[in-house]
Design a protein around this ligand. Structure first.
Ligand code: GLU
Length: 311
């Protein structure tokens, strides 16, 4: 049987221009697609509108173009895809896998305090499932995914191409997570799953800070009858204090005004991926790295490329 084609993506949130860390994410997803003879798509993840910076999406696309990282199709914008997310939420609701939640943060804290089971994860309280049984007269605020029926466990295992076998019990470790927020915005988890499937993504290559979302995304894929792509989570670029390089902690926007600056930025990104520095023109440098990337991953990438979840 022939393998499905490789389709990869880079999915930046337009919260600011590319910096050294996000360039690594862009480069590695591009290299992996090229190394597999595949397509590379760009998706602008602008669902969280309050965090988006006007003009940042255009700046990112220009920065990618300056680096020779050109998508194989026109970029898609999540802000224009609400109808697809709505359809997916309806499908989940009809299947009894999504429910409206009327709880405020305070309601959640109180319910957890009363039950004596307050559990936190990344500073967020794990939802105790109060509205699973109905809203009890409260108005609906958010929509949540039912991670498991009472007494069941939503344990997800998958194999990351770099991190190896991974397991997460979503119902215990994360809880019923939000699909549509109280402010009406679509949650990242739902949008990313719908879009990865709609764009035919076979391989998700992204930073390791996102690895923790994978189990939730696989659960959603299964609930929606969508295929599960392969995952490769790459090392993060850390600053001198060991923090992830991000706009929040002051990462500088990349200045790519001339060819030496572009090559210097790409060489720095390549070094983070254990690739040797490259010289020559931009096209030559990208070709050298793509070749090295192929060699580096030839063995690890030879396994099954694409898994379909049981329907
Ligand atoms: N938009 C996310 C970010 O910029 C990436 C999402 C993904 O690759 O799944 O962090």
């Amino acid at each position: 049987m022939s393998q499905p084609p490789y389709i990869g993506r880079f999915a930046p949130s337009p919260t600011g221009p590319l910096h050294a860390g996000s360039l690594v994410a862009a480069l590695v997803s591009w290299l992996d697609a090229r190394a597999h003879g595949g397509q590379w798509l760009v998706r602008i993840e602008d669902v969280d509108t309050p965090r988006c910076v006007p003009g940042a999406a255009d700046t990112i696309l220009q920065q990618l173009a300056s680096c020779g990282l050109l998508p194989d199709a026109a970029p898609v914008y999540q802000s224009q895809r609400g109808a697809l997310y709505k359809q997916a939420l309806n499908q989940l609701t009809h299947a009894g896998l999504a429910y409206p939640c009327g709880c405020s943060r305070q309601d959640i804290a109180t319910a957890l305090a009363v039950s004596g089971h307050a559990r936190e994860r990344h500073g967020e309280l794990i939802y105790p499932g109060t509205c699973r049984a109905g809203l009890s007269g409260k108005p609906a605020r958010a929509w949540r995914f039912l991670t498991a029926e009472v007494g069941q466990r939503a344990e997800v295992t998958w194999t990351d191409r770099r991190l190896g076998p991974q397991t997460q019990n979503v119902s215990e470790q994360v809880g019923d997570f939000v699909l549509r927020r109280a402010d009406g915005l679509w949650a990242y988890q739902l949008a990313v799953v719908v879009d990865d499937a709609a764009q035919g993504i076979t391989d998700v290559v992204r930073g390791e800070d996102l690895a923790d979302n994978t189990a939730r995304q696989i659960l959603l894929q299964r609930a929606l009858g969508l295929p599960t792509p392969r995952y490769l989570h790459t090392p993060l670029v850390l600053d001198a204090d060991g923090e992830k390089l991000s706009k929040q902690n002051g990462a500088q926007a990349l200045l790519l005004s001339n060819s030496p600056a572009v090559l210097a930025a790409l060489n720095a990104a390549a070094a983070c991926l254990n690739l040797p520095s490259a010289s020559g023109t931009l096209t030559e440098a990208l070709a050298q790295w793509a070749q090295r990337w192929t060699a580096q991953w030839a063995l690890k990438s030879s396994g099954e490329r694409f898994h379909h979840s049981p329907a």
